[in-house]
Ligand binder design. Structure first.
Ligand code: CA
Length: 500
């Protein structure tokens, strides 16, 4: 055979081989799949890649090692609902007075506003939502026995498999595309956050029935031996089993990836881990060296590992952009929730690492959390200390996908793409605004962090470069910085659109 015959044979082979064709198609596909994994109440020090030593988190560590691990990454708020609201709307939640919601609250996100999922949809993506919702459902006359509208499916997601509020709140059921899964119409669900409904026992009246005792507040209807916030009755066949939640939710996320592997997809995977009640599957019980708190983190790590494994199996890992986040800092030090021994068995583990305070605080432990971005075909592994808030993911992804945001769309989200891709050491705005559940504010600009006296009673200023633990308030000696930061906060409060 001469050379030209060999060449034509080779080109015939290349064109004819279905396997090579698929590979070539995958390489050509420019739009990455995008997965946002949002953990619940995971603290800054809770992963080995962020300094944890009493537990093992090999899968999330691998994700970090293959991407950018941000050491100054922030949730927009210190609690669940406002943080999630800002992620999905690109708007500061305090503007709409959105705070922690009961399981009977109406949908907090307007159907008129463009959501992160809606924006992805515009860019041609399949959009899925799996896990914790906690953003309200329905139009104010919520009936869990009917198709609930609006649900995530009405604000930009093609597919949703969620649980409505939190894993310590009623109703303790899953919903798929707006309908309670496994509901028997002869056993209708009632939910109440006011007067008790039905005759199911409560933790307050029947503590002898509890397999997990509550500390405070969580003393209403008992489901699976755990008393919850809120009352419910009915829907017995639809009730979740706490120890199976990670398996169920991970399974749904994995299915979603498998079913959508051939098109660009966006998956919002919001885990119930590591929020209370901390009830790991028996195979993770006692698996860490820091008690049940570490066990549920290891279970979360397993879940992330299943996602990675699925992407690898489907041969789409390299062009999948994964962002791993937590909605707020650790809650294990709270005298709230359940007596699960979490706090007592930490064994030296530091949930917030070197940071001050925990969930719901304006100090760093409230919102500075694990923040990892991995996209093997585009991002070189690195560690970045650029201040970056995840409210900026909306505008950054819009930029990446060439979607033009209109003035009212994601009004407080600004492009941080160069930082997220490792092409810049700081964002143009270099600013992160954070809030607690009551809507009190703090602001970080560059290395400086300012908490105005309206928040905790006195002006506080910290230089995070020298004082990451916020030990030394230097507001007094830096009146000019305080004045400027106060002015900046006023501008943000009075400008409905920070991205101009
Ligand atoms: Ca949370």
């Amino acid at each position: 055979m001469n050379t030209s015959i060999i060449k034509s044979f080779l080109s015939f082979f290349l064109l004819a081989s279905p396997f090579l064709k698929i590979e070539a198609k995958n390489v050509k596909q420019e739009k990455p799949n995008i997965i946002v994994i949002l953990a619940d109440d995971l603290g800054y020090g809770d992963l080995v890649c962020y300094g944890g030593t009493k537990l093992e988190t090999p899968n999330i560590d691998r994700l970090a090692a293959n991407g950018i691990r941000f050491t100054s990454g922030y949730a927009p708020a210190g609690t669940s609902t406002p943080s999630r609201y800002s992620l999905l709307t690109g708007q500061y939640a305090w503007r709409k007075k959105v705070s922690i919601l009961p399981g009977t609250a109406p949908m907090s996100i307007s159907q008129k506003s463009l959501t992160l999922a809606g924006m992805m949809h515009q860019a041609g993506y399949a959009t899925g939502c799996v896990g914790k919702w906690h953003l309200g459902l329905g139009d104010g006359k919520l009936d869990y026995n009917k198709l609930v509208k609006p649900s995530p499916n009405d604000i930009g997601f093609d597919y949703s498999f969620i649980f409505p509020a939190t894993n310590d709140r009623t109703p303790c059921v899953y919903m798929e595309n707006g309908k309670v899964v496994g509901l028997d119409s002869n056993d209708p669900i009632q939910v109440s956050y006011g007067k008790p409904v039905g005759n199911w026992p409560t933790g307050l009246e029947h503590p002898e029935l509890l397999t997990l005792k509550y500390k405070q507040g969580h003393d209403q209807t008992i489901v699976n031996g755990v008393s919850r916030i809120g009352y419910m009755t009915g829907g017995t066949n639809a009730l979740w089993k706490d120890e199976d939640m990670t398996d169920v939710l991970t399974g749904k996320a994995v299915n979603y990836i498998r079913q959508n592997a051939q098109k660009p997809f966006f998956l919002y995977f919001a885990t119930h881990s590591i929020h209370e009640p901390r009830i790991p599957n028996p195979r993770f019980k006692g698996s860490s060296e820091c008690g049940v708190y570490g066990d549920v983190i290891q279970e979360l790590d397993w879940s992330v590992g299943e996602i990675l494994k699925t992407l690898e199996e489907m041969k789409i890992r390299k062009n999948t952009l994964i962002v791993f986040l937590s909605d707020n800092g650790s809650a294990v030090r709270f005298e709230f929730g359940y007596k699960d021994g979490g706090l007592e068995n930490l064994n030296g583990h530091e949930p917030a690492g070197v940071l001050k305070d925990d969930k719901n605080s304006l100090y760093e432990g409230g919102t500075r959390t694990p923040f990892i971005v991995s996209w093997p075909v585009r991002i070189k592994p690195a560690v970045s200390d650029a201040p970056v808030g995840f409210i900026d993911l909306f505008a950054s992804f819009a930029k990446l996908l060439n979607v033009n945001l209109q003035e009212g769309d994601a009004p407080d989200s600004r492009n941080a793409l160069p930082v997220l891709l490792g092409k810049a050491t700081k964002t143009k705005h270099n600013e992160v605004l954070i809030q607690n559940d009551g809507g009190k504010l703090a602001i970080r600009i560059g290395d400086w962090k300012f908490i105005p006296k309206e928040s905790y009673g006195k002006d506080e200023l910290y230089n995070l470069r020298n004082d990451i633990s916020e030990k030394l308030n230097v507001a007094e000696g830096n009146s000019e910085i305080v004045k400027n930061f106060r002015r900046r906060l006023e501008v943000i409060r009075n400008t409905p659109n920070v991205r101009k």
